[in-house]
Write a protein that binds this ligand. Sequence first.
Ligand code: CDP
Length: 777
Amino acid sequence: MSFGRMHRKEDARFIRGRGTYVDDVKLPGMLHGAILRSPYAHARIVSIDTSAAEAHPKVKAVVTGATLAGLNLAWMPTLSNDVQAVLATDKVRFQGQEVAFVVAEDRYAARDALELIEVEYEPLDAVIDARTALDAGAPVIRDDLEGKADNHIFDWQAGDRARTDELFERAEVTVAQDMLYPRVHPAPLETCGALADFDKVTGKLTVWCPTQAPHAHRTLYAMVAGLPEHKIRVISPDIGGGFGNKVGIYPGYVCAIVGSIVTGRPVKWMEDRSENLMSTSFARDYHMHGEIAADRDGRIKAIRVKVLADHGAFNGTAQPTKFPAGFFHVFTGSYDLEAAHCEVTGVYTNKAPGGVAYACSFRITEAVYLVERLMDVLAAELGVDPAELRMRNLLKPDQFPYTSPTGWEYDSGDYPKTLRLALDMAGYDELRAEQAAKRARGELMGIGISFFTEAVGAGPRKHMDILGLGMADGAELRVHPTGKAVLRVSCQSQGQGHETTFAQIVGNELGIPADDVEVVHGDTDQTPFGLGTYGSRSTPVSGAATAVVARKVRDRAKLVAAAMLEASPDDLEWQDGKWSVVGDPSTAKSLAEIALAAHSNLELPEGVEGHLDAVTVYNPPNLTYPFGAYICVVDVDPGTGQVKVRRFVAVDDCGVRINPMIVEGQVHGGLADGVGMALMQVMAFDEDGNHLGASFMDYLLPTSMECPSWELGETVSPSPFHPIGAKGVGESATVGSPAAVVNAVVDALAPYGIRHADMPLTPANVWRTIDGRPFRT
Ligand code: CDP
């Protein structure tokens, strides 16, 4: 009836191929758009000649930056208060940048006509390596910004520098490590796209788009294009994966809208795979330098970090306004230390814009990777077992709620218990014995641990907003006379199973089966305002809104039940999903009975208008802090550098689990993602800025071949900041797992004297790392 394993309601349509994705939507008279993209990473546009394309018999319109400039739409704001070219006017700044948009009768004609557009470019030197972006004499990428004479975007810092430096000066042991979290891509199987339909008669614009944040998109379209917000409807139908890739507004969306306004017909634009990989956002690209100060017995005192963040050609990173590096300052991880300090510098390069929170809460993946790699470097320096080192430093249960040295309030947890469970499940001591025996035979086996803390549920008003919009979520709950319910929420599922788990939350609160609750989402005309789904915020924010709105319904049902029973509401109790007179179960009234009575001619008590429906807006008081202990076991082939992930134990604590089966599915997906990032993924460029990973032949996705059978465990630390004690979990595994895999590989390579190797640990990279080094046990 409520929480527990339950098959996903949405699977009935998904496994029958009956989902409706944007590309499935076809409107009468619909036209198709295609984008001409820059072949250069950096070049001045000398001229654009569209006459031959316009003469193509099936072409209805060709839009360029000049057309958009006439409408004041050539540039659009990014999520980080920068501007981004919708279609280039002056220069192109990354390979794949949008230059022109063709609208034609069919998709093929639109693509053909792109070939007819003549663009004369004057190539310029490109900045590809972020470490050279601030060099004197480096080409200035953003000369469109008034007075801009360099590639610097921001400097940001958090923590107590003086105290941290002091602890470093006095420390018995310090370690330092440079590491790169490479540029990766969320690569959802469904690419981005939009179908725009502007109705000249009603003035209404409808946009179908696989957006993770339909309401935020509507507001931004209204603000940027000057269209009245009530005349805009954004419909986000079924989505084939988002992972952060579908948060922002991309030039193609704006072009589809302009195309529809210009032609008076619906215009659809769908990216192909290469366009998705080349242009619509990336993640990470953090060059990090981390240091730990500790006692000789392995008690950590302080952590100090410097980051160079490569944000590409436009600062389109998706972060709360106050935090240009997202929640990176959670880099103190799960440990009890005295002080910490970080500095982050953001720079422009000639690469695609972005910096999205790819399956993580705003840069926490980078932070977790950093601290968990540093812990292993420290363990190697001290000659202490990495599990033991973590045990000595983990926060203790009585320290919660815990305020970290950079100001975060962790909610709840028993970290040592979670790590102990993971060690027991893995059979840690036996694994170490096996490793020792193998090492003696010259075999490479590695065991890697990662203990992560996430911070999800953005976000509390006191700390954050996105582009000035507060991060509350709405929920509306209608109860029909027969006791069936419709829940309307502002978050947007991309495959996480909200139609099931949110129905379970309502069912749990109201004592009705989850199958009796229909969940409506993804249509701004049908749902209350809210900021959408990313950073595992749905359950912490919209899930909380759902519990609160269901409780409002339950409270109103109590008044009606009291009237039905001719009793005082004070004499009723909620038992087994029904209202009854205290101590008299024979009086129990189910929600269906109460709903029918509320709609009948029963004389209603004061405060009840006639039905049970309710509305709420939920402002989260704090983030929730899921955490977990991961242990990865790898075997490395010394001859080829091939890494085989043999085992992976993942113990997650996401507070109360609504649907353990869905939680496990989320963890499985995230672990596979982590293996992909650790072992095979990087968005690489040559020195001219040519993209070297624009297909799935080059940018590799992990499959079941690369993944072991995951071994999952759980502990449950309810969040005191959430009405049902749940914490988010969607992204925990992506956040926690790369460090476990890399730690395992580095551990396997320890006999070569290796303490660090950068991702991705492809066979070639591993082989290069050990080549020529002596093997010493
Ligand atoms: O925001 P997003 O949906 O990506 O992440 P989430 O809120 O962590 O939820 C992912 C899925 O797991 C949803 O269907 C949640 O309702 C479910 N979940 C759960 O069943 N129990 C939890 N404690 C957390 C999430």
